[in-house]
Design a protein around this ligand. Structure first.
Ligand code: EPU
Length: 418
């Protein structure tokens, strides 16, 4: 069975390039469905399973897609189906963006209910509330969402919770609604801004992305454009934490340091040196790590997607650390795996209390979900001896060529194919 074998103990040195953001790419690709003329040429798309899944789904609808390394050329003019019901739709979370994109372009869609990591209940009520407010009728039955509208009309929508997915999905549909839509209490994540920029490059009129109110003046149609996806904040944070955990000195290139501020601040608090460049951060750690507290929250707060890798670092820090996971109610499945390596962690509801340990000892663990998988790789890199990580399909969903990137820094990570 495919797995990663990690031999721990090496410090990390050198530089690593961060690729395009997964959570931006998986929204921008389906948003390209809105281009009823021209083609979208989108660069910096990461080579990950979730992107391959989205590509397959879009082809099944009739999109013509050409790939040249990280560049996708998407021709959505000849889409022949608004039914996204193939198996891949259920395997990934971001397939919900097909609802907003197909609704916007064709005023109807049938999309299988999305899957994704098992990190808690993942409702889509806020997406539906937004689509209904724009004039759509939504039915959920037999595992799919059926949606249609005679026309979409802009309105004011106040989201009950700050949701990345609902913000992006409703923004995609509202880009081509009649009149003005005002979205309030929206997510401010960098990938929300990236999708808004992409839509604007296609001819949309969206202002305010990155603040908590987004104003969208609907336009009748959108057309193809050239665009490049922003760097992945979470992949960058993962390498920052790995470098801090292993010790050494690593420059993480092709990043937007501003997007990493909450992670940089925590690392500095823990005794790690972080130097920001224009589009890079250098992470250096020589002394002992100090324990700290982390509460996850929407951007610009500490990202929930970095919580699991960060827990590894806290396990190796002196004293007690606390994690409060405020976004997902069961994002602690990595804890049992870390305990197998020697971690001392107690989970109480949405909190984890971590007592620092001197070292980890390698053993067999599994990636219970995407970011838990990244946490296992970091833990393996610092553990004494060998760590075997199973269920790595979760890691491949979001991290391109993780073993090659760590090997280039001196980390001993090998993919075993049988
Ligand atoms: N929520 C609702 N109703 C909704 C939507 C969300 O109650 O209709 C709640 C959720 O249950 C959760 C909170 O709102 O408690 C935030 O959820 P959000 O909608 O922001 O999450 P998402 O869009 O499903 C994206 C990322 C996740 C990341 C979260 C939070 C994608 C494809 N996924 O999920 O990424 O954890 O935002 O930042 O963009 C990952 O990359 O590992 C990952 C899980």
């Amino acid at each position: 069975m495919e797995r990663l074998l990690v031999k721990g103990g090496n410090k990390l040195f050198g530089s690593v390039e961060i690729t395009g953001a997964k959570n931006a790419a998986v929204a921008i690709l389906p948003a390209a469905i809105l281009a009823s003329e021209g083609v979208c040429v989108i660069d910096n798309i990461p080579d990950i399973e979730d992107v391959q899944c989205m590509e397959k789904i879009m082809r099944s609808l009739g999109c013509e897609i050409q790939r040249n390394k990280n560049e996708f050329v998407i021709d959505s003019k000849s889409i022949s189906s608004t039914d996204a019901m193939i198996e891949e739709v259920k395997n990934m979370r971001a397939s919900y963006y097909l609802i907003g994109a197909l609704l916007g372009r064709f005023k109807k869609a049938r999309v299988a209910l999305p899957g994704g990591c098992h990190i808690g209940v993942r409702p889509i009520d806020q997406h539906i509330k937004g689509f209904e407010a724009l004039g759509a009728t939504v039915e959920i039955n037999h595992g799919s969402v059926s949606i249609q509208a005679e026309k979409l009309v802009g309105t004011n929508i106040f989201f009950d919770v700050v949701s990345v997915g609902a913000t992006i999905n409703v923004m995609i549909a509202a880009a081509v609604a009649e009149g003005t839509t005002i979205l309030e209490n929206v997510a401010r994540e960098p990938h929300v801004v990236d999708v808004a920029n992409f839509l604007n490059t296609m001819g949309a009129n969206i202002k305010g992305a990155g603040t908590d109110v987004i104003i969208i003046k609907g336009v009748p149609t959108l057309k193809g454009c050239n665009y490049s996806v922003i760097p992945d904040q979470i992949e960058a944070a993962t390498f920052m934490i790995a470098s801090a955990a292993c010790g050494g000195e690593v420059t993480i290139k092709n990043v937007i340091p501003k997007h990493l501020e909450s992670i940089t601040a925590k690392l500095v608090e823990m005794g790690v040196e972080v130097e920001e460049g224009d589009d890079s951060v250098t992470v250096k750690r020589e002394g002992n790590l100090r324990g700290t507290n982390v509460k996850t929250s929407p951007y610009p707060g500490f990202p929930t997607d970095v919580q699991q890798p960060m827990t590894v670092l806290m396990c190796l820090a002196e004293g007690r650390s606390l994690v409060n996971e405020s976004i997902w109610e069961s994002r602690f499945k990595h804890v049992d795996e870390l305990k197998k390596l020697g971690a001392n962690i107690k989970v109480d509801g949405r909190s984890a209390i971590i007592e620092g340990v001197k070292e980890f000892t390698g053993t067999v663990v599994k990636a219970t979900d995407l970011r838990a998988g990244a946490a296992m790789v970091i833990a393996g890199l610092v553990a004494k001896g060998e760590t075997e990580i199973y269920s790595i399909e979760h890691i491949d969903r979001g991290y391109p060529h993780i073993e090659d990137k760590f090997r280039s820094l001196g980390g001993d990570v090998t993919r075993i194919y049988k």
